[in-house]
Design a binder for this molecule. Sequence first.
Ligand SMILES: [Zn+2]
Length: 365
Amino acid sequence: MSTGFVFHERCMWHDAGNAASFIPSGGAVQPDQHAEEPETKRRIRNLVEVSGLLRSLTPIEAVLAEEDHILAVHAPAYIDGLREKSRHLGGTAGVNTFFATDGYEIARLSAGGCVQLMDAVVRGEVRNGYALVRPPGHHARPSEGMGFCLLANAAIAIKQARAKHGLARVAVVDWDAHHGNGTEEIFYEDPSVLTISIHQDNLFPIGTGAMADRGGGRGTGYNINVPLPPGSGRGAYLAAFDQVVLPALHAYRPDLIVVTSGFDASGLDPLARQMLHSTVYRDLTQRLMQAASDLCAGRIAMTHEGGYSRAYAPFCGLAVLEALSNTRTGTLDPFDDYIASFAGQELQPHQSEIITQARGLLDRL
Ligand SMILES: [Zn+2]
């Protein structure tokens, strides 16, 4: 069984606008490259090719997401606005979410790539896979874009996969350094989708991602937030997986595991303050694969979110894809030992305290 891979150059043509990091230029801010730019993603795809791994992956074509599928998640007025602006010069979809001409079509392609991947995984065409798409999706809310995200890619694909294939339960594991607020909101009252987000405490969006936010109505207990302190490394992430994420998956018994995957928890990322290195991303992927093998015939679909280090995102991406496909290309990560040597990589008492508290969130599953 193979690993699917979605990449479309047109996704790289999405233009997130002129900014210094994520602050729009103007006033004291000299125009510069926006943090959410194509090269961080294109370089992942390039390393996957140069390493030789690409030829052992199964290409899955991204096609435009159907508007019916998009409207299962997003409000019609929001989509009408995106479509209209996209026909002209573009505009903003919400907080910090600029797009240019044709930005809506490119966002449809990004969401559509995730739909195609999930469909292929659920049909058993591939065992697992990764959609390396942009713009990202996990911050997008039903009625507005947010945090570089226009459409809720993973949520759109999950709703479509559930409708088409009758999946009873889907689990989302969000390891992006930022809180997966959009995915959380969309499924907040829905017990058929378990949402788990491990993120840097109060990084973005400010004021979301608390442990107290556990879902609502029939969905109470089916949203789990693990807000790790800044400076969390290998020890904290492995403990969060071993003590919270994996027990939650085993209790929930999903038919499909979706990972909203950002590499901005890496030790070199400019937008977050965590310390992961590629070996940890490999370890986390292997742990999820073991759980998926035990629970849902190995089905894992990963959709790409953040990750803003041009130098380092490629090595994190390669490690995850090597793990998913049970392959080692022999490509060395020249940063791995350096980041692994950062002080505080082992589990710290204040991190352990948070993870112990988060274990209490499993009681409703
Ligand atoms: Zn992020």
